[in-house]
Ligand binder design. Sequence first.
Ligand code: KG4
Ligand code: ZN
Length: 333
Amino acid sequence: MPPTILAIESSCDDTSAAIMKDASLLSLGVSSQKIHEQYGGVVPELASRAHQQEIVPIIDYVLKEANLKPFDIDAVAFTQGPGLLGSLLVGTSFAKGFALAQNIPLITVNHMEAHILAHMIEEPRPKFPFICLTVSGGHTQLVLVKEVLEMVVLGETLDDAAGEAFDKTGKMMGLPYPAGPIIDKLAQIGNPNYSFPTPKVGPYEFSFSGLKTSIRNFLINNLRENTDFVELNKEDICRSVQDSIVKILLDKLVFAAEQNNITELAIAGGVSANSALRQGLVDLCIEKGWNSFIPDFKYCTDNAAMIAMAGHYKYTKGMFTDQRVTPNPRLKI
Ligand code: KG4
Ligand code: ZN
């Protein structure tokens, strides 16, 4: 019998559930926590409380959407890490309780692997081996994907993640959290009038803290001369910052592809929703004769469909866990 899997994602500030039957998605629900906007970033304590409120309604929603009852579910997959401990605990505890009540297997999923496996939800799917640039609010990684569950991290950020670079720039400019999508929108009508230095790190490594400091100094210096500088030039500042971040990301991706002789390139994670990154990847792959893969918007940011996809593969390989499992906030690929 093809498995019907209930998947739960609660690693950060989105409570999400999905149901997948035989690798095809039946339903997906995402409840994004708005409470953090006023604090300019995710407040872990508030995130776990919001997960507690949202988890049962979101499970009810996906069951109803799929026209299923709890006894129709064959296994529960959940995000074990990486993420915020309090947030992960809510999803983990719910998954354990559900699996115990239904007497079905439990499957742990690595959130970063799941972002990459989001590419397997719908056509077109990349062929193995491919390279994935995973860029989110907490991570920036270049991953060589040899097989479905066989991944090697080629390099990652030494400090801030790409999404943090967007969000912290936005905070300095007085934009609400998360600023990434707002910067993306403003940049579309801006000009790249300003330039920022490229970090000097290893070929597979990323660093965004130096960029953050140079953006801060740039804003302070200009605001000293004109207190309306940000307001008057926000589109150009956003375009310039976005161009700098996207160039850093794509240059490393090209390097990794050439070094490893890979012609299938993918992006994943929340920042892969960025329009300049998406267009930049498409353009460079056309130029080089490579293939580019970009997930649908709804599978870029945190969602349980990607957890269900990873859960499906682990189910077919019999990779189950037991009731003693605990979340791992620092889980690695
Ligand atoms: O993967 P995700 O939903 O959550 C984490 O696991 O971190 O990624 C969230 C990040 C945030 O930093 C957000 O600002 C960024 O993705 N993001 C974007 C865009 N949409 C979301 N960054 C730039 N441009 C976007 N369009
Ligand atoms: Zn994520």
